[in-house]
Design a protein around this ligand. Structure first.
Ligand SMILES: [Ca+2]
Length: 717
């Protein structure tokens, strides 16, 4: 062998050794940093409540990751602590992961570590300058804890219960038909069992229900587990629905007196029930004193600028003479850009909160002339004096910009309800995706305060939505529609937030909303009851009140499609809900981490038992099942029933004490979710070593090839 060649081989050998040493000494080969201002693969923003919010006394972090990255795990890193995050929501091209730590009010920095399936480690930082993300420790949009464990119930007083027939006749004295010079007619006072009279049934046929009637039914509501009454308007007005206020400071005498209201609030409080009132800031009724002043005095009225008057003298009821709500002449719109009007309305809300209401539902907020500005001011005024007051805006669509950073604590979540209804009716096969998209829009804190209403005085009744038919001439809901109602309500009661039931839905009453028939508003006939439906709602009420994971703000949607909708509740997946909307059994394959769990059956909406193995759950037709991880058997309930864990009938035994939902934050995630650093270090090393062996092999191949080339060249020489 020539000397030159020997030298060449020696050099190559030395180079190989040096390079291999370099590879093995390098710690950067399968790890790299990524900065969120330079990538679209990861999304996180400490200032956006969708990604960081304080819920249940925890700081809840979320990070959105593109699915094509093929992640194996994500860790949130705060100081020396690594917290394993969980996939919460599966979107079309990305997954949202969440992790939580106990909220202490202290500021800190943090970053993320993502591990890909090919073992690459990505350190996820804010930007190159600051590297770590910063949380200043301030809870800007505090969650109202009392909301989360309750069941809500909407009461439309005229049609609920007549506790005092002596005040019925006041309805006729104030009715708007008497003030309206365009729409003529005479209001009607009916007996409770009279049929609807057209066209007055909607708005001018009175049945005499009142506040005293609600007081008499408080124990009934308690039996249902109700902890919040949403009371539609009770102030002086000109219709059965009362969304045409005459006097914001006076209780309508047909509904009772101020004293009655005091008693209602006191008696409700004794039973652990809170009450919120309905507030209509956009428009008033024709009998509103300021509008009457303008009608009489014209431009010289001191209230002229409280309205937008197009023509004077004006004709009450003529929508072309003044600005109205949706061009309806009986509802003159207030000029809420006038500071005097604004101040007046804000004081109205403060007045009633002062009196003992726990919150306010706001009618048609989007219709106000200066909507966002008005409600920001209203929120500030409310929260300054009543930080725990619950503010709900009547917005039907998904409009996260109205809640994540205020001004409302919740919308009326019909948008969530319609996903559930469509799923239950089998109209969609991607309910998991739609629910994921829904929850991805809202901060975890807002989800936990959700006012989750499906049916109301403005919609068909819940039973009718799922095929239960009409109330008149005779209700005859099919067995299948009842099963679907039970499936629907089980899903409604197991979402984060507060399920809100429209009066009578718990009794299995159908009713279509068709104007002016409006049979869904027909008075509750208390001698008629679907016991199966009623017992079901009572059980759901018990579970919602007592099962702590249902009080958390966390829902984790599981990957499923077709007949199955499945999710877990609680920071440790303590509760799992699986639903099947088919008419035959359907199989849900359990995700790996949930397959090893021993599940207790807490409730099945149809009464048909599922079959659970360590791999899958066979869900009976038209059924939602509520399961509890056995590990939490003792700790998951606020109060144990006197018998065993309620596998069959959670409320078969009387509950001794009233449900007083806790005001204190629920338990933060236990330390078991904190992953020891050594574990992840080992994982990283394994990843690194595998990568380096591959590199070494590649190097050796290059060396051998180089040697062959050199040898051939020498030979030619
Ligand atoms: Ca009455």
């Amino acid at each position: 062998m020539p000397a030159l060649m020997r030298k060449c081989i020696l050099v190559l050998f030395v180079l190989t050794i040096a390079f291999s040493t370099m590879i093995f000494s390098s710690s950067q080969s399968s790890e790299f940093a990524i900065y969120l201002d330079e990538t679209v693969d990861f999304t996180h923003d400490p200032l956006d409540p969708v990604y960081l919010s304080i819920a249940d006394g925890n700081v809840v972090f979320r990070i959105k990751v593109k699915s094509n990255l093929n992640l194996e795990s994500v860790y949130l890193i705060v100081g020396n602590t690594e917290i394993l995050m969980k996939p919460q929501l599966y979107l079309i091209n990305s997954t949202i992961w969440y992790g939580a730590i106990h909220y202490t009010g202290v500021n800190f920095t943090y970053y993320f570590k993502a591990i890909l399936r090919n073992r690459t480690v990505i350190w996820v930082y804010s930007d190159r300058t600051n590297k770590e993300f910063y949380f200043d420790g301030v809870d800007r949009y505090p969650q109202i804890y009392w909301v989360r464990s309750r069941v809500g119930y909407e009461i439309f007083p005229d049609r609920f219960y007549n506790g005092n027939p002596g005040n019925d006749y006041y309805a006729l004295i104030y009715d708007n038909l008497l003030y309206n010079n365009v729409t003529k007619g005479t209001p009607i006072l009916s007996n409770w069992t009279d049929p609807p009279y057209l066209p007055h049934h909607c708005c001018n046929q009175y049945f005499g229900g009142d506040i005293h009637g609600i007081i008499m039914k408080l124990d009934y509501l308690k039996e249902l587990g109700v902890g919040l009454i949403y009371l539609t308007p009770v102030f002086l007005c000109g219709s059965t629905h009362c969304y045409d206020t005459y006097d914001y400071y006076q209780i309508h005498p047909r509904l009772g007196t101020l004293e009655d209201l005091h008693i209602l609030l006191e008696e409700a409080d004794k039973r652990g029930i809170k009450v919120i009132f309905d507030f209509v800031p956009d428009h008033v009724g024709l009998g509103f004193w300021a509008f009457q002043d303008v009608y009489i005095n014209g431009p010289s009225s001191r209230y002229w600028h409280w309205f937008t008057i197009y023509k004077w003298p004006l004709t009450p009821g003529n929508a072309s003479h003044y600005r109205c709500w949706w061009n309806i002449g009986s509802m003159p719109q207030l000029n809420t850009t006038n500071p005097e009007v604004k101040e007046y309305l804000i004081n109205v809300v403060l007045h009633w909160l002062e009196l003992g209401f726990s919150g306010v539902r706001i009618d048609t907020p989007l219709d106000l002339l200066n909507s966002l500005e008005f409600f920001k001011e209203l929120r500030e005024a409310i929260k300054l004096k009543f930080p725990k007051a619950y503010i709900i805006g009547e917005i039907w669509e998904q409009r996260p910009e109205w809640v994540n950073k205020g001004p409302f604590d919740s919308l009326m979540n019909y948008a969530l309800g319609s996903i559930l209804v469509n799923y239950v009716n089998g109209k969609i096969s991607d309910a998991s995706l739609r629910l994921s998209e829904y929850y991805a829009n809202y901060s975890v804190a807002i989800a936990g305060m959700g006012f989750n209403i499906i049916s109301s005085h403005d919609t068909d009744r819940a039973l009718t939505m799922v095929g239960g038919g009409r109330l008149f001439p005779k209700p005859n809901p099919s067995k299948e529609s009842v099963e679907r109602l039970k499936l629907l309500s089980t899903l409604q009661y197991t979402q984060p937030g507060i399920p809100v039931v429209f009066q009578g839905d718990e009794r299995g009453i159908p009713g279509v909303r068709t104007h002016p028939w409006e049979e869904h508003r027909y008075p509750i006939q208390w001698d008629q009851l679907n016991e199966e439906v009623f017992e079901h709602y009572k059980k759901l009420g018990w579970l919602k009140n007592h099962l702590k994971p249902l009080h958390s703000s966390i829902i984790k949607i599981l990957n499923a499609s077709g007949a199955i909708l499945a999710y877990t509740r609680g920071y440790n997946d303590e509760v799992m809900v699986i639903a099947n909307n088919w008419l035959e059994p359907a199989v849900f394959e359990l995700p790996q981490d949930l397959a090893t769990v021993e599940w207790l059956i807490l409730y099945t909406s149809s009464g048909r038992e599922p079959v659970i193995t360590d791999r899958e759950v066979v869900v009976p037709p038209l059924t939602a099942i509520v399961l509890l991880n056995k590990e939490y058997e003792q700790s998951a309930f606020t109060e144990m029933p006197a018998t065993e864990i309620p596998t069959t009938s959670p409320i078969s035994t009387p509950i001794s004490t009233p449900t007083s939902p806790t005001e204190t934050p629920i338990t933060p995630p236990p330390t078991s979710t904190l992953i020891p650093t050594t574990f992840t270090q080992i994982e990283t090393e394994v990843a690194d070593i595998t990568g380096r062996w591959l590199l070494l092999a590649a190097t050796l191949i290059i060396v051998v090839l180089s040697a062959l080339i050199a040898f051939t060249a020498m030979k030619k020489k």
